[in-house]
Design a protein around this ligand. Structure first.
Ligand code: NAD
Ligand code: IPM
Ligand code: MN
Length: 362
């Protein structure tokens, strides 16, 4: 079988601390399951690079990355050094848009051994997928400023929804829902208040539902939907939403499962025309940087999604199982503080790596 070529971009802050464990766990899994993966490291897409070069990435970044099968990405952002909109629009958001990674797939699952902040929930009660539109919507560069610096100042940023853009993310979500036992799809909008784009999205959902009669479809306004995340998360199976709504739901969902730091994310170009990008949902966490406290599971689980994406199902299942087993044991000295433990990035990363290797009796 062919060699999987992965571009490794640690980025900033704890991105650089969790990435080594992501790579080690992927390497361990690759070893056990005989998968050929080749990693190449890049130092661009970081605020340090920006400080040296005045830009987040070299002008030929696309040529450098386009031939890779996947990008394994840590996190970007050091707001004390570079404004967030500059660092993110100069890196991650460029990847998503230029590589047409229009699906942002984010699982949300209550894991064994992780204390749930919602009363009475056990593993299995919270287990859903967020399908986030990832190239348009509220994240648009269309807009501008008028009368800057005067008391008549106006700023405008338009929401963009194209028929192609909405339909392709909805189709992905309907197909995913179809593959799941419960076949339930929830669409998040805000059509009472945002009266042009959101009703348009709703209309496309209704239209597409006609070709998926077997799907149990729910539509919620985003405000009450967030309340249901907390009140009755077990009703959800697949949730689809616009770029901004998907972003917000994918921090709220994992927070409801005990910690945002375990949540992974796959930014997918389903046609495979461009590399897809795998990253944790969390950011660079400047508040805990350099303390060896960062939970590496979001990064490691993102590697699991990478394996899954390329069809290495047995290996992906095993890596997820290894994460679950380590969490289930709930050893305080291994779990990081965000999960109530006293462990370190290294202790948790090593435990998962060892668990994977033990599968092959290594
Ligand atoms: P954040 O996710 O970086 O941090 C939020 C909180 O969660 C912090 O208290 C942090 O310590 C904690 N946290 C996050 N990841 C953790 C981990 N692995 N282990 C333990 N605790 C963890 O979000 P923020 O504070 O809003 O953003 C910080 C910077 O990261 C900003 O520059 C922001 O733009 C950027 N950011 C980048 C990405 C990305 O690259 N994908 C995502 C979100 C935020
Ligand atoms: C995420 C992040 C990014 C987003 C930021 C850093 C631009 O929050 O991946 O969820 O909003 O998409
Ligand atoms: Mn986010």
């Amino acid at each position: 079988s062919k060699t999987l070529r992965v571009a490794v971009i640690p980025g900033d802050g704890i991105g650089t601390e969790v990435m080594p464990w992501g790579v080690k766990c992927l390497q361990a899994t690759a070893k056990v399951f005989n998968i050929a993966i080749e990693f190449e490291h890049f130092d661009f897409a970081s605020c340090e690079y920006y400080q040296k070069h005045g830009d987040m990435m070299p002008s030929n970044w696309k040529e450098q990355l386009i031939s890779f099968d996947a990008i394994y990405f840590g996190a970007v952002g050091m707001p004390n050094l570079v404004p967030d909109d500059v660092s993110l629009w100069g890196s991650l958001l460029k990847f998503r848009r230029e590589f047409d990674q229009y699906v942002n797939l984010r699982p949300c699952r209550l894991m064994p051994g992780v204390k749930c902040p919602l009363a009475g929930k056990k593993p299995g009660d919270i287990d859903f997928w967020i399908v986030r539109e990832n190239t348009e919507g509220e994240y648009s560069s269309i807009g501008g400023k008028m009368f800057e610096g005067t008391d008549r100042e106006v700023v405008i940023q338009e929401t963009v929804m194209s028929r192609v853009g909405v339909d392709r993310i909805l189709r992905y979500a309907f197909e995913l829902a179809k593959s799941r036992p419960r076949k339930r799809l929830t669409s998040a909008t805000k059509s009472n208040g945002i009266s042009i784009t959101m009703p348009y999205w709703d209309g496309r959902v209704s239209e597409m539902h006609k070709s998926y009669p077997e799907i149990n479809l729910d539509k919620y306004h985003i405000d009450i939907l967030t309340a249901h995340f907390v009140g009755r998360p077990e009703i959800f199976d697949v949730i689809v939403g616009s770029n901004l709504f998907g972003d917000i739901l994918s921090d709220l969902g994992p927070a409801c499962t005990g910690t945002i730091a375990i949540a992974p994310s796959a930014n997918i170009n389903p046609e495979g025309k461009f590399p897809s990008l795998f990253e944790p949902v969390h950011g660079s966490a400047p508040d805990i940087v350099g303390k060896n406290l960062a939970n590496p599971i979001g990064m490691i689980w993102a590697g699991q999604m990478l394996l899954q994406h390329f069809g290495y199902i047995e290996a992906a299942d095993a890596l997820l199982k290894a994460i679950e087993r380590i969490l289930e044991r709930s050893e305080a000295s291994v779990l990081t503080p965000d999960m109530g433990g006293t462990g370190t990035t290294q202790a948790l990363g090593e435990a998962i790596e060892r668990e994977i290797l033990s599968l092959a009796g290594n």
